[in-house]
Design a protein around this ligand. Structure first.
Ligand code: MN
Length: 202
């Protein structure tokens, strides 16, 4: 998690500093999806594995429709306690803006995790409040060097949890606090107007 730490000034941001932790082998693995209004809105999709959260940034957020593939850019591992982080990252800091815990729960691999990550095809099921059933992450481009990130696609498998409803629009609230982005920004002294841009306009 060196990359995670070097990007952040922990005197200025309230994000967790984080230590890699070992999880007991009988403990369920957690997942979290954080809606993040930074310079651009995206959804951070994170799967716990080997004491960290493997992380992907999904610009459009997950889709329950198996015919829709959502671009997921691999980003740096995050500490496991990051899964509880909801609030604001100060402007000027890395990822400055508002963060919502949009979904959380546990995940189960459907394949060997290490081979799935290496071969670029990770099948798994999610047990969240909004995201359930079987999914796959497929790598379409490897990341090279220090700046290029690997590209993956997040795709819902056909099962009883598949749907054509637009889950990011239909279920816009925090699963932790029921707040919208504007409410989270307001409570933490953030930029309410900017946060509200990513709330549904009804
Ligand atoms: Mn982010």
């Amino acid at each position: 998690m060196a990359k995670y730490r070097t990007k952040r000034d922990f005197k200025l941001t309230s994000e967790p500093k984080g230590v890699a932790r070992k999880n007991a082998s009988n403990e369920a693995l957690i997942f979290v999806v954080q809606k993040h209004q930074a310079s651009h809105l995206h959804y951070d999709f994170r799967l716990e594995w080997r004491g960290v959260l493997l992380s992907w940034a999904i610009p459009k957020g997950p889709s329950l429709d198996p015919s829709i593939k959502r671009l997921a850019m691999a980003v740096e591992d995050h500490p496991v306690e990051y899964a509880k982080f909801e609030g604001i990252i100060p402007e000027g800091q890395y990822g400055g803006g508002t963060v919502m815990v949009w979904d959380q729960g546990t995940w189960e691999p459907e394949v060997d995790i290490e081979s799935g990550l290496r071969d670029g095809e990770l099948k798994f099921s999610l047990h969240g409040k909004k995201l359930r059933g079987s999914w796959v992450l497929v790598r379409t481009k490897r990341g090279f060097g220090r700046t290029e990130r690997a590209s993956w696609l997040l795709i819902k498998h056909r099962d009883r949890y598949a749907s054509t409803s637009d889950v990011v629009i239909d279920k816009p609230r925090s699963v932790l606090s029921r707040r919208l982005m504007a409410g989270i920004a307001a409570a933490a002294g953030g930029n309410v107007e900017k946060a509200a841009e990513s709330d549904p306009h009804r």
